[in-house]
Design a protein around this ligand. Structure first.
Ligand code: ADP
Length: 423
């Protein structure tokens, strides 16, 4: 037994500027990371010496050191190796350039850099966002993270876009603290499903953030880091240029793809600085199923927590008390539309949903809008519940909810995203 445990302890001595990469793949596996000596960071968050950081199945981690260090891993890793070649110095240079712009904004009391990170799937966009935000907050800045990647969703759950004021470095195992995020319900895992709605929400989010920055001098000078979807071709490219326009971005960091870089250099106005950055060789490509699993894990974490457990509530809601809508009616050809309406208008229309078995396992967004008279689609959401049971006989449904019991008559918005509660 103890022999087996010993076999699962690995020690790594890292030279300066090196990175230890490891993955936890086996089911129900736990790997504990400990910094024994020296200094090291995980995606820009400094490790505390002697503290055990716990990583579970699905984790793909890099521990980088500027000064050199000794690291211990306890538990079964499926991959673990030290890499000498990393682009982290280039990422640090990008951070330094942003910091110059923040200093300038601070003295001039103007807006700090709004930076957008683009690239195909699995090139480390989210990771670079996290690194840049961590470095900024470690310098005393208060930058805003905007996440437009509806497929994964670092903020809230998949199927949403949102923003977060970053006030402290990301927790090593759990990421950024989610206090009072600004969240908009989109409802699908790809922007392509309803591009009209996606673009509308992006514009709305940009507007609200601009207002909030004007009211918060520190955040204003610190700027924004925008994470985007990996959909970069055709309409995907157009969607990216819309984001750039809506947020009036100053800088676009293009990860990995030269073609995308060249297109953006060609199409962006000259005051937008487009910068190419290589991807980190350690970034792991995820299969379709790994991505679905990550989505699922994100929803589970939303309800149940990760390191710090959360205790969600479960209760029944009568159909007669629920006002459920979805956004977007099936598209009709323009010729079938009432005079003066375009087919696209249908995609951003509120449609009442008749409750029934169709709701089972779906997430429902709890809107801040009190009635359909308000602009429900462009209102942000308070959070999500998940339908865990539908009882047609009693005309009610059971929902899982982070909150005790939402106000009766709450407006709920149906999401495509499903979650099987196995607790
Ligand atoms: P994208 O946002 O472009 O889809 P992510 O930033 O989410 O990519 O990275 C994909 C996966 O690779 C994540 O699980 C992340 O933790 C992992 N990863 C990122 N950088 C490294 C690295 N240097 N070494 C090992 N794994 C990494």
């Amino acid at each position: 037994m103890s022999e087996e445990r010993d076999a699962n302890i690995q020690e790594f001595k890292l030279e300066p500027d090196c990175e230890l990469r490891f993955e936890v793949e086996s089911k129900n596996e736990k790997v504990i990371l400990e910094l024994k000596s020296g200094m090291a960071e995980v995606f820009g968050t400094e490790l505390v010496k002697g503290k055990g950081y716990v990583f579970t199945t699905g984790a793909k981690v890099a521990v980088f050191t500027w000064q050199g260090c000794v690291i211990e891993l306890r538990g079964k890793t499926d991959v673990s190796y030290v890499a000498k070649e990393t682009p982290v110095v280039m990422y640090l240079n990008a951070h330094a350039a942003l910091e110059q712009l923040r200093k300038k904004a601070e003295t001039e009391n103007s807006r700090g850099p709004v930076t957008m990170i683009v690239g195909p799937m699995d090139v480390g966009k989210s990771t670079l966002c996290r690194l840049l935000l961590n470095y900024a907050v470690r310098m005393g800045r208060r930058p805003i993270l905007v996440d437009l990647d509806v497929g994964q969703g670092q903020i809230s759950v998949p199927g949403t876009i949102g923003a977060l004021l970053v006030e402290r470095p990301a927790a090593v195992e759990e990421g950024f603290s989610q206090q009072a995020p600004l969240v908009y319900h989109y409802g699908h895992k790809s922007p392509s499903t309803n591009l009209a709605l996606y673009n509308m929400l992006v514009s709305r989010l940009a507007e609200v953030i601009s207002e909030r920055m004007q009211a918060n001098r520190k955040a204003n000078a610190s700027g924004v880091i925008i994470n985007t979807c990996g959909w970069v071709k055709g309409d995907g490219y157009k969607q990216l240029t819309h984001v750039a326009q809506a947020f009036e971005v100053d800088i676009i960091l293009v990860l990995d793809q030269e073609r995308l870089y060249n297109e953006l250099v060609r199409d962006m106005p000259t005051f937008v600085k487009v910068v190419f950055l290589p991807k980190n060789g350690g970034v792991v490509e995820r299969s379709q199923s790994a991505r679905a699993e990550a989505r699922d894990a994100r929803v589970r974490e939303y309800f149940y927590g990760l390191r710090t457990p959360l205790y969600p509530h479960s209760f029944d809601v009568r159909f007669s008390d629920a006002k459920i809508y979805k956004i977007g009616a099936p598209a009709l050809p323009d010729s079938c539309m009432p005079l003066g309406m375009k087919a696209e208008d249908n995609l951003t229309k509120l449609v009442a949903v008749t409750p029934g078995p169709n709701l089972l396992h779906h997430l429902l967004a709890v809107s801040f809008a009190a009635s359909v008279e308000e602009d429900v689609i462009q209102s942000n959401v308070a959070g999500f519940v998940c339908v865990t049971n539908v009882d047609m006989e009693r005309q009610s449904m059971t929902v899982l909810s982070p909150q005790p019991r939402p106000l009766p008559k709450t407006l709920l918005l149906l999401s495509d995203i499903q979650f099987m509660d196995s607790h």
